[in-house]
Design a protein around this ligand. Sequence first.
Ligand SMILES: Nc1ncnc2c1ncn2[C@@H]1O[C@H](COP(=O)(O)OP(=O)(O)O)[C@@H](O)[C@H]1O
Ligand SMILES: [Mg+2]
Length: 263
Amino acid sequence: MKTFVIANQKGGVGKTTTTINLGASLAKQGKKVLLIDLDPQANLSSGVGFSQQFARESWNNTETAPYKSIYNVLVESTPIASTFVTTSIPNLFLVPSHLSLAGAEIEMVNMLSRETLLKKALSEFKEPFDYVLIDCPPSLGLLTINALCAADQLIIPIQCEYFALEGLGQLLETIKLIKSVNAGLEIGGVVLTMFDSRTKLSESVVNDVREFFKETVFNTVVPRNVRLSEAPSHGMTIAEYDPNSTGGIAYENLAKEFIKRFG
Ligand SMILES: Nc1ncnc2c1ncn2[C@@H]1O[C@H](COP(=O)(O)OP(=O)(O)O)[C@@H](O)[C@H]1O
Ligand SMILES: [Mg+2]
């Protein structure tokens, strides 16, 4: 079981879109995949169709939540396996998020080994997944730190836009610090997202990122594609919503490259 953290403290760069659609494409290609939604905004959970209607009505109330989420795992030591839910794609499983996760970082501050709560939770189950993909919130807070401590590989989505590389220094510094706790953490891949072939800017960002991260950058570049932004509002991955769109094909190719790289 290989564990990947999808992180970049910038918001809106394609972390969640990549986690959902890479995960779905990997599952379609026969891998058993677990997605963990570590963002209180729960875009990953709703994006794979996790009880949207119900969620809207009850997610602001922890007490009556009928399901267990990653919040319970981190704050109440609920066994993570008891939070797994299925999705419409066989082989693709989810650990959902919950609005209460927004307060979790504060609740976790005084807990023992607060940086490694997720690592511990993942070490305590024997479910044979090929890949675990963890989607992070847009910050370098305790939730993201937990994901970085639990993972073998970091996948960094970078948007082909102005200031693409801005803030990455801070992420790389954080990784250096994490290595004292999780020595094995590597930068497994960089995914270029929202590429716009009509602009010279996208092209120049691609060149800058390849120059900096070399062969760590996946060959597959994800284009800006409206189908990718529509799919989550239907609670569908692109593999279900429009697999033949440019976005659908890109994530299918990214999954192939991913399997080649990580086995
Ligand atoms: N390749 C893409 N083409 C078009 N829209 C995209 C693409 N990737 C992401 N988006 C949209 O951009 C927004 C931010 O993406 P998201 O994956 O939520 O970023 P993050 O998780 O890093 O905050 C979302 O509305 C998403 O639907
Ligand atoms: Mg997100």
